[in-house]
Write a protein that binds this ligand. Sequence first.
Ligand code: WT7
Length: 635
Amino acid sequence: MSRYKISNLEEYFKEYKKSIKDPKKFWDKIASENFTWYQEWDKVVDFNMAEAEIKWFVDAKVNITKNCIDRHLAKKGDKVAIVFEPNNPDEASQSITYNELHQRVSKMANVLLSQGIKKGDRVCIYLPMIPELAITTLACARIGAIHSVVFAGFSASAVAARINDSECKMVITSDGGYRGNKTIDLKGIVDEALVNCPSVENVLVVQRTQTDVKMKEGRDHWLAPLLEKASDNNTAEIMDAEDPLFILYTSGSTGKPKGMVHTTAGYMVYTAYTFQNVFNYEENDIFWCTADIGWITGHSYILYGPLLNGATTVIFEGVPSYPDFSRFWQIIEKHKVNQFYTAPTAIRALAKESLDYVQKYPLSSLKVIGSVGEPINEEAWHWYNDHVGGKRCPVVDTWWQTETGGILISPIPFITPTKPTYATLPLPGIQAVLMDEKRNEIEDNQVVGSLCIKFPWPGIARTIWGDHQRYKDTYFSTFPGKYFSGDGALRDEVGYYRITGRVDDVIIVSGHNLGTAPIEDAINEHPAVAESAIVGFPHDIKGNALYGFVILKETGEKRDKENLAKEINQHISDHIGPIAKLDKIQFVSGLPKTRSGKIMRRILRKIAEGDYSNFGDTSTLLNPEIVEEIKEGKL
Ligand code: WT7
């Protein structure tokens, strides 16, 4: 994969200018020099930002798994592609070579075909972080089935909603999953979800925990015997550049989750290019991203980016705190990890523990350390830089989103001087701009604006599954002609960007993107609840935590508020998943509303933060007296 041949910031600016002056030439070269195509493109890019229609490498033909696996076989078939580190450190780790990966993905692809899965069918994958998660995902891509990986921490109803939205024909799951000292009953959750999923014909079940599960006759099949019978000879499907590769759901500020659709060639080119350059990956390096493959970070930088580069990628099944807080550092030492990529929430949680955990290990293999998912605060940045990177390793604070497919703003190691809390500079090819409320571009420094991108890049999502209008409305209508990220940012005098956070009703909790609307919907379904509003408030480890203001129905009865709060959280857990539980629940008699009936969240946010200094303009409030009441009852 092409590596930046630049050695300092000045050269970066030159390269960046070139990439913007002639983006077609820039991407054409990267795409033609680094991949195997059945057929090259007629046009590099074709787009209409107003209609949110974007195509890259028009009419090219390709299969991403040929590029992830087959083309490496001649030279590095025996190289390790995947290192699997189990939840329990006493269980042996596994190494899967490119040859083995080829064989296992081919067999799995043949199993999918034998179960009637065809190109274009949607397959839901609900698995823990085990090798089968990577293998089944790649097998879908091999035959052109569209994978929809659902994070194995989501509840049955969240799984059902995702399956139904894209009408998946198959679900791949396991008997159970290990997470720290817990065993999670994944098959039971799938069974519960499938009561309401008419599109699903078959369920394939991986054995992981040996849990006793119910197998539904005619629908459920153990995967192992099917794989045993399958041939390891599979011809990859020829895909059009713009055929969907996968759907991945992300929360929005309103309504149901958005099924972001990523297509084949652009996503391939973009993840491969950014992986190589943002992590400065060198042959024989061991790369470890601690995310779950159920999120975009895992799709792009555990699976596709590394494998496209013929890298060795680590898949870790467990959690940073089990059996103790040294688990991450112990794994880095054990596998001699060279690039480590994690989230600020994990860094903060580990920084809170004794330094002994991290100092026990020299961590001298590390070369580059990365952060993603939310703004990294200064203290966490320094702790990471000092104690993990030993002040030798550039910290790459990478800004991007499910929608962007890959990293857009990040330092390039050994080229871009880092600056705590700044994601620094847009990568070549990325035309970032800040917009003010009047929809003008902000030229000044140190002014917060809405972060937009004004030219498409290959990895951008193409649509929301089944709802192109929503895609257009959400990302391309606020600032016409531009992609709007939903994030606020400011820029310093060098041009470095600092991401300040969401400007909409999405709250990032422990790096998880949570929309307020689905959580409020879940709370409101509790029979005792009349109405609710959720806001975020700063939290030392999670970044943000959730604060819920809840109005109960008038029944005249006395109720146990503590129990109610527990029930409400259980409701959220059942509808969405434990990640969306509220830290604080305050029962109120009303919510501050404007005359048009909109909740003034700004005020609730201030109260939750404990900042009563300035509520701003409250003259449009219908019920200003409620503000005082809520303030008094603050938790
Ligand atoms: C949102 C996207 C793709 C990364 C995993 C999360 C926030 C992400 C950073 C960063 C500040 C960040 C943004 C973004 N975010 N990276 N380096 N600095 N904020 O993907 O779930 O789609 O969430 O995460 O608010 O919009 P996601």
